[in-house]
Write a protein of this length. Structure first.
Length: 71
């Protein structure tokens, strides 16, 4: 995998770190995701089929979920 060095202003790095933390990713992975999405949006690379998330596999509203009942 190739490496790219990107120079960011302090506030851009802070925003990237904040977004990465919010989405539970490393900042490098978050930057790679942002770049990949933009390239896909521009039609420069093919759109990849998304990988199912845990909530796609086991939706929260399934009847087998435990319910808390007050009493």
């Amino acid at each position: 995998m190739a490496k790219v060095i990107i120079h960011l202003r302090d506030y851009e790095l802070t925003a990237l770190n904040d977004l990465a933390q919010r989405e539970y990713r490393a900042p490098k992975a978050q930057a790679a995701l942002i770049i990949r999405r933009e390239l896909q949006k521009l039609g420069m690379i093919p759109v990849e089929t998304p990988i199912p998330t845990q909530s796609d596999i086991h939706p929260v509203d399934e009847p087998n979920q435990l319910e808390m009942k007050g009493g």
